[in-house]
Write a protein that binds this ligand. Structure first.
Ligand code: PEP
Ligand code: MN
Length: 354
C-alpha cells in the first residue's frame, strides 16, 4: 500500500472516530435525561427487557463485517457505561446529600433544635425496666439540665433468652415520666407495625444498629412525621448509612438524625470501634444532624468523657450516653451504664449541661 493511500485511510478513520465520539456523547446525554425521568417516576435505572430488545434489533440489522457476538459485546459496553452515568447522577442527588441541600437540617424535637449549633445530650437507661427506675433517672436528668431522655422498650438482644424489653408498657412509662418532668423521649422501635403507635408515646423513633438496613422499618419511619434517630449498622459503610437515611427522607420524613455508635473491628479493647472520622465525613456529605453514642461504641465508662469531647470537637451535634440508677442490677448493658455520680462527673468533664 502506498504511503498516500495509508494516510488517506487513517484520515477517514480519524473522522469516523470523531463522529463516533459525538454520537456516543449524544447518546450519553439522552441516557442521562432518561435517567432523570426514571428518577421522577421512581422506576429502576436498569431495564434488562429493554436492553435485550435493543441488542436483538441491532443484531438483526447487522450486515457485518463484525459478527453478532462482537456487536452484542460492543453495545453492551455502551449500555453499561450509560447505566453507570445514570447511577452516578442519582448518587450525586441523594436527598440527604449536601449537594442537594446546602444548609444544615435542624431537627425539631418539640422546642429542642438538634443541628442548630448547640449540641444536645441524650441520656437515660439502656432499657425501661420500671416506672421507678425511669422516674429516678428523669429527676437526675432534669436537675442536670438535660432535656432528652432515652430508654429502650423494645430491645433487640443477641440472645432470645435475654430481657426483651417491656414493649408498649415501656413506652407508656416513658410518656408518663416525661410529661411529669417536661422531658422529650427517644425509644427504639423494631417492628414497622409499631411505628404509628409509637408516635403517640415518644418524641423520637430510634432505629437501632441491627435494623439500619431493615428497609420495611425505614419505609414505615419515613411515612410518619415524628423525628427519627438512625443508628449506624454494626458493620455498615458510611455510604450504606446514608442510603438508609435516604429511605426515610425519600418517603417525606425529613426529620432524620444520624448517630455513629461504633463499628465492629478486630479491636477488643473497646466494645466497638468508635469511628470518629465518620462525624466530619457525615457532616460534609450530608446536611443531617450527626450524634455520637459513646456508650455502645466504647462500652467503657472510663473513656466516655474523652470520647464525647472528641465527638464534639469533630463537629457532632450531640452525644448519647446510658445512665441507670443502679447499673449493677440493670437488665441490659449492666457493665457500661453510668450511675448518677459517674454521670455528673461525665457532664462536668464534657461541659454539656444546659
Ligand atoms: C440502644 O441504643 O439501645 C442500642 C441497642 O444501641 P445499638 O442499636 O447502637 O446497638
Ligand atoms: Mn444499651
Amino acid at each position: 500500500m502506498s504511503h498516500g493511500k495509508m494516510e488517506e485511510l487513517r484520515g477517514r478513520l480519524d473522522s469516523v472516530n470523531l463522529q463516533l465520539l459525538e454520537l456516543l456523547s449524544e447518546r450519553a446525554r439522552i441516557a442521562q435525561e432518561i435517567g432523570q425521568e426514571k428518577e421522577k417516576q421512581g422506576v429502576p435505572k436498569y431495564d434488562p427487557v429493554r436492553e435485550k430488545k435493543m441488542l436483538d434489533e441491532l443484531v438483526a440489522l447487522n450486515k457485518g463485517p463484525f459478527d453478532n457476538e462482537t456487536i452484542r459485546h460492543l453495545f453492551k459496553q455502551v449500555f453499561q457505561a450509560s447505566l453507570k452515568l445514570q447511577q452516578t447522577d442519582h448518587v450525586k442527588h441523594l436527598l440527604v446529600s449536601r449537594k442537594r441541600h446546602k444548609e444544615d437540617t435542624v431537627v425539631s424535637v418539640g422546642d429542642i433544635a438538634v443541628g442548630g449549633g448547640k449540641p444536645i445530650l441524650v441520656a437515660g437507661p439502656c432499657s425501661v425496666e420500671s416506672y421507678e427506675q425511669v422516674r429516678k433517672t428523669a429527676a437526675v436528668l432534669k436537675a442536670s439540665g438535660i432535656s432528652v431522655m432515652r430508654g429502650g422498650a423494645f430491645k433487640p438482644r443477641t440472645s432470645p433468652y435475654d430481657f426483651q424489653g417491656l414493649g408498649v408498657e415501656g413506652l407508656k412509662i416513658l410518656k408518663e415520666v416525661a410529661s411529669e418532668f417536661g422531658l422529650k423521649t427517644i425509644s427504639e422501635i423494631v417492628d414497622p407495625a409499631h411505628v404509628e403507635l409509637a408516635c403517640e408515646y415518644i418524641d423520637v423513633i430510634q432505629i437501632g444498629a441491627r435494623n439500619m438496613q431493615n428497609f420495611e422499618l425505614l419505609k414505615a419511619a419515613g411515612d410518619v412525621r415524628t423525628p427519627v434517630l438512625l443508628k449506624r449498622g454494626l458493620a455498615a459503610t458510611i455510604d450504606e448509612f446514608l442510603h438508609s437515611a435516604e429511605y426515610i427522607v425519600s418517603r417525606g420524613n425529613t426529620q432524620v438524625m444520624l448517630i455513629e455508635r461504633g463499628i465492629r473491628t478486630y479491636e477488643r479493647a473497646t466494645r466497638n470501634t468508635l469511628d470518629i472520622s465518620a462525624v466530619p465525613i457525615l457532616k460534609l456529605e450530608s446536611h443531617l444532624p450527626v450524634l455520637v453514642d459513646v456508650t455502645h461504641s466504647t462500652g467503657r465508662k472510663d473513656i466516655m468523657g474523652p470520647c464525647a469531647r472528641a465527638a464534639l470537637a469533630a463537629g457532632a451535634d450531640g452525644v448519647m450516653v446510658e445512665v441507670h440508677p443502679d447499673p449493677a442490677t440493670a437488665l441490659s448493658d449492666a457493665a457500661q451504664q453510668m450511675n448518677f455520680d459517674e454521670f455528673r462527673r461525665f457532664l462536668e468533664e464534657v461541659g454539656l449541661q444546659a
